[in-house]
Design a binder for this molecule. Structure first.
Ligand code: FAD
Length: 371
């Protein structure tokens, strides 16, 4: 088989797969390289499974608005993976919250998102000493395993060639505008040349470029833990997020038929930045070496102050992952896309979406690169 293709995609997460399918509709041969033994088992699996509809971003109206626009499209496109069978509650912390209930409602009015006061029976679940108000909203969860099946089927149908257990170690420019990828797999090292290369490595976004001596895109990484819990009967049909500060979320995680419990203070176990070439270390290396001792007892103790029934959750397991954001998102908790066309090399493009539904914002950018 020839080692030349029209487009190469680095990373078999949701972004890489979605992009590979879109590319296959435009050019002849598309190859996708994935380090792992399976597709979509890194951040695209280990996340909170929230299909954002704007509620989470009262301090970043642009992110909230983009979520509102992308929500119906995502729900429609991936319907078999969508879980809409629960009631989603956003509650506002009485102390230490960066938004008041009034500010939250005002932001939601700006983006046209519905908020209703919760019923008396739901309000009674909260401790009013800690919670100022609680709202019934419209937000869903996705089943990451079904999403994975849907995407695997789509790339297969589109004719994308998938190479698993294949890590792109470096990228270089060769003859004119062509990019050469150096790939390591169990069968050895190979090189492939591509007319266009899209790197969708998420927390590893900088790694292939670093291997080729390219500059770094500044990124912030966190080693994160979400506890997987079985919730007590009264919380079964609910998702609860307490906004907007050092609080927590209890979200259905349909892929395991459990809930994830994440806590702004205890979910991150460590953080570091890509931004200094000399100190660069691939995120997965740091992740693999890190000690993973659960912070579940801290999460539950704090969350139960706001929602006492949380104390009756049964701990099952933890999902560990590297969460990556743009450093500028630290201030307003925004989740913009990162798209850097021709980054250090002609036809080498970096792609990262801070959340799953941002894929539509990326797609528009890709159309500009590949006509
Ligand atoms: C804890 C957490 C909670 C989150 N919660 C939500 C949420 O509720 N809702 C939401 O919309 N978003 C959420 N997100 C964000 C969302 O998960 C990401 O935006 C999305 O999964 C990114 O997809 P991706 O394909 O870019 O990354 P990934 O799924 O991580 O895929 C990257 C792939 O690239 C591969 N790879 C990396 N480097 C190489 C290389 N050099 N060669 C070959 N392969 C390589 C990896 O093995 C991996 O499979 C959350 C993220 C985290 C971590």
């Amino acid at each position: 088989m020839s080692n030349t293709c029209d487009a190469a995609v680095i990373g078999g997460g949701f972004y890489g797969l979605y992009l590979a399918e879109a590319l296959a509709a435009r050019v002849n041969r598309v190859i996708l390289f994935e380090s792992g033994a399976e597709l979509m088992l890194r951040a695209s699996y280990s996340n909170q499974a929230r299909v954002h509809n704007g509620y989470h971003y009262p301090r970043s109206i642009l992110t909230a608005l983009r979520s509102r626009v992308n929500f119906p499209r995502f729900v429609d496109e991936f319907r078999p993976a969508i879980d809409s069978t629960f009631e989603k509650i956003y509650a506002i912390g009485r102390r230490d919250s960066k938004v008041s209930a009034e500010q939250f409602c005002r932001s939601m009015r700006v983006i046209g998102a519905s908020v209703e006061p919760v019923s008396k029976s739901i309000w009674k679940l909260f401790d009013p000493a800690y919670i100022e108000a609680a709202f019934l909203t419209r937000e869903y969860a996705f089943n990451a395993l079904i999403l994975r099946e849907l995407m695997a089927e789509r790339v297969h149908r589109a004719g994308v060639e998938i190479q698993l257990k294949s890590t792109v170690k470096s990228v270089h420019q060769v003859s004119g505008d062509v990019v050469e990828l150096c790939i390591e797999s169990p069968s050895g090292t190979e090189t492939v040349t591509a007319a266009q290369v899209f790197c969708c490595g998420y927390s590893q976004l900088n790694s292939p470029g670093m291997g080729g001596g390219l500059p770094l895109v500044p990124l912030k990484h966190e080693l994160v833990e979400m506890a997987l819990v079985e919730v007590p009967e009264q919380l079964r049909g609910l998702g609860v997020t307490v906004m907007d500060g050092p609080f927590f979320s209890l979200m259905p995680f349909p892929a395991r038929q459990l809930h994830t419990l994440s806590h702004v203070r205890y979910t991150p176990h460590a953080h570091w930045y890509d931004g200094n070439d000399k100190q660069f270390q691939p995120a997965y290396g740091i992740f693999d070496r890190a000690e993973k001792k659960t912070a579940f007892p801290h999460m539950i103790r704090d969350a139960a102050r706001y929602l006492p029934l949380v104390a009756d959750c049964t701990y099952c397991d933890s999902l560990w992952e590297v969460k990556t954001i743009l450093p500028r998102s630290e201030a307003d908790d925004s989740r913009p896309i990162l798209f850097r066309p021709h980054f250090g090399l002609k036809n080498y493009h970096l792609v990262m979406g801070g959340k799953i539904d941002n894929i539509y914002d990326i797609s528009e950018e890709i159309d500009r690169v590949i006509k």
